[in-house]
Design a protein around this ligand. Structure first.
Ligand SMILES: [Zn+2]
Length: 222
């Protein structure tokens, strides 16, 4: 995810977030495709983008996803700007083998593709000196450390870097407050919280959750 040379290329082939961006997968299971769709829906809810996972692309803005162990080399995903854009994701078994740190083991694929979609929306890898805003940031240097369902899906920092990357696009969120929740089928997904009483991230108890599901069978390295 941190390939400076490739990030520099992104400016040449920026996608227009006001128009549909279709995501296609190569060799992904139904679960993996559903997880990618769930991550895309988070961006749609929060920013009014038109991301959609499709079997066959019909729009002029397309990103092709695959799994490639070479993507594990320096990080867990590798985005190549272009049209189609191309994103290689480290196979989940290899992510686990490489050591998980604080990541939520039950939502590894979701976590990675949610970040990678940000690159398709023209956002470079960014860092913030303020750890409090970077917490739970999709695009931040330490994007999404361990999170329990219920956290804000995007930080204010994410909204800022999205805006910086797309100055001509006015976000049209379908929801004022997008939260992450557990999902047995897609690892995690976003939901719109209608409750004005819902607190910010700082008010939520954070635990390293290993939800039940296929990934919970793995042994987490100490
Ligand atoms: Zn990245």
């Amino acid at each position: 995810m941190r390939l400076a040379a490739l990030a520099a290329l992104a400016g040449c082939t920026a996608f227009d977030p006001a128009r549909p961006i279709q995501l296609v997968t190569n060799g992904w299971s139904a679960h993996d495709q559903a997880t990618l769709a769930a991550a895309a829906e988070c961006w749609n809810l929060r920013f009014g983008t038109q991301l959609a996972v499709v079997p066959t692309p019909s729009a002029d803005q397309v990103v092709a996803f695959d799994f490639d162990a070479l993507a594990c080399w320096s990080s867990w995903g590798r985005y190549l700007a272009g049209d189609p854009g191309h994103d290689s994701v480290c196979p989940v078994t290899d992510m686990i083998r490489s050591g998980l740190g604080d990541y939520w083991v039950g939502a590894l694929l979701f976590t990675v593709v949610e970040h990678e979609i940000g690159h398709a929306l023209n956002i470079p890898d960014v860092s913030s000196s303020d750890e409090s805003v970077e917490m739970f940031s999709v695009m931040g240097e330490n994007f999404q450390p361990s999170f329990a369902g219920g956290a804000d899906a995007f930080s204010a920092f994410d909204a800022k870097v999205f805006g910086d990357a797309n100055p001509d696009f006015t976000p049209a969120p379908a929801c004022d407050h997008v939260r992450l929740v557990d999902d047995d089928d897609t690892e995690a997904r976003c939901t719109c919280d209608q409750s004005s009483a819902f607190g910010r991230v700082a008010g939520i108890a954070i635990t390293n959750v290993v939800p039940s599901g296929p990934d919970s069978q793995v042994t987490v390295p100490p």
